[in-house]
Design a protein around this ligand. Structure first.
Ligand code: PMP
Length: 435
């Protein structure tokens, strides 16, 4: 790819065992290549922060410092400022979740919430159930605590409950420490869990006495269809992770965790050891930003832009991609998941794609066990519609040669043709892995 560096690490052999299972994020490794001006990035899940009016942020900052500069500049409580938690209570109520300020803590993004949950819940060898594919940052956060990851496949309605049920039956009551799900516009698959499946998931989690972790960074970025109630709205035992990264800006590093209070108390101990407290500075800025109603217009503008980009991507895929390819239809969020015939290795495709001036994320980054190698995640959040069309066309060019070889092999009988559904990693099978 031109970004890999081989370094000799003379400290090798001294690191803790737990770091051996932690893989570097392919997404992050790609950022270097993607920053070349001639390269169209369909890889990173970066919000289009250029659409956030700088004047609104400057005003929020000024107001925060004018109101009480020492509150902004001082250490704060490890559970987060009450004023910001009141803002979050309001946001959650709009999504259908009723909370009190004491039901949530502020975190450094949802990512810190994932790490703190893993730190609080996981011993080596414990089982965690995730969707397959799942968010690469969750795999990274969990794997440092050496769990066994069981991934349950999805279809267009999200995690398949028949497969989850089979897995739970095999594991038995309390057989996993938690079930991790991204129900809305999943990263990376782009699919949304249906209301029926949400109810079924909660019923199964209750029957097997296993907590559910709901990670919901994209829930407010819906392009079509009606709002679906979060799992946390249906069950107060659900651990909910929210973030300001997509409704405001990831540079603030602000998110939250709502959970049963005994869990929050344990998580807070872990958090104090990690950072003493979050940034009061960014919390006070966020409080002021959300005090004005202007954020709603900005979020509408962002959502409209993402919808237009999603449409550009889906149209370009239909126009340029090989007939054998399958992809998801996200109703919101940032990502489309594309599945190609099994013999195609998207990591190899990526090297060539970068030469052609386009990047994407190879599918195997989103599995703990190397599956997903013939899939790719395409992000439509950052590039402009024209760039997305051009990027997809460039990518299709790279795929075209490989597809010619594939078809020749199929015609010669050297490879079996693939059926539609079977070709998809979204609908294949349950696999257990130890990272
Ligand atoms: N969960 C998911 C599913 C994500 O996609 C992301 C970021 N892209 C995060 C958590 C972490 O986000 P942040 O730490 O910025 O809130």
């Amino acid at each position: 790819m031109g970004t890999a560096r081989i370094t000799f690490d003379r400290w090798e052999g001294r690191y803790a065992q737990r770091m051996s299972g932690v893989r570097s994020s392919a997404v992050r490794d790609l950022f270097a290549a993607a920053s070349r001006p001639d390269v169209i990035s369909l890889s990173g899940g970066m919000p289009d922060v250029a659409r956030i009016p700088a004047a609104d942020v400057a005003r929020a900052l000024d107001e925060a410092l004018a109101a009480d500069s020492s509150a902004s500049l001082q250490y704060g409580g490890s559970d987060g400022r009450v004023q910001l938690r009141e803002v979050i209570v309001g946001l959650m109520a709009e999504s259908g979740v009723r909370l009190k300020v004491a039901d949530l803590i502020v975190t450094a993004g949802a990512q810190q919430g994932l790490d703190l949950l893993a730190k609080t819940f996981l011993d080596p060898g414990d089982t965690v159930i995730t969707e397959g594919p799942t968010y690469v940052g969750a795999l990274q956060a969990f794997s440092a605590y050496q769990p066994r990851i069981v991934s349950v496949e999805m279809d267009s309605d999200g995690m398949r409950m028949d497969l989850l049920e089979a897995e739970l039956a095999a594991l038995g009551p309390r057989g996993a420490k938690f079930i991790y799900t991204i129900p809305n516009f999943q990263n990376p698959a782009g699919v949304t869990m249906s209301p029926e499946r949400r109810r079924k998931l909660l019923a199964l989690a209750c029957a097997y006495d296993i907590p559910v972790v709901e990670d919901d960074p994209y829930g407010r970025l819906r392009f079509e269809g009606g709002h679906i109630l979060p799992l946390r709205a249906l069950d107060p035992d659900v651990i909910y992770l929210g973030t300001f990264s997509k409704i405001f800006a990831p540079g603030l590093r602000l998110g939250w965790m709502a959970a049963p209070r005994p869990i929050l108390a344990k998580v807070l101990l872990a958090k104090q050891a990690a950072d003493l407290c979050g940034s009061n500075f960014t919390q006070t800025v966020a409080e002021r930003y959300f005090a004005s109603e202007r954020w709603r217009r900005t979020l509408r503008d962002l959502t409209d832009a993402y919808r237009e980009r999603r449409d550009a991507m889906l149209e370009a895929l239909a126009e340029h991609f090989p007939a054998e390819a399958r992809w998801t239809h996200p109703e919101g969020g940032f990502f489309v998941w594309v599945t190609l015939p099994r013999h195609l290795d998207t990591t190899a495709v990526l090297a060539e794609a970068v030469e052609h001036g386009v990047t994407f994320t190879p599918g195997d980054a989103f599995f703990a066990d190397g599956r997903g190698s013939s899939s790719m995640r395409l992000a439509f959040c950052f590039a402009k519609p024209d760039q997305i069309r051009e990027g997809v066309a460039r990518l299709a060019e790279v795929l075209a040669d490989r597809m010619d070889v594939y078809r020749a092999f199929v015609e010669a009988g050297a490879l079996p043709p693939e059926g539609d559904a079977e070709a998809s990693d979204l609908t294949s099978r349950v696999t257990e892995v130890s990272p």
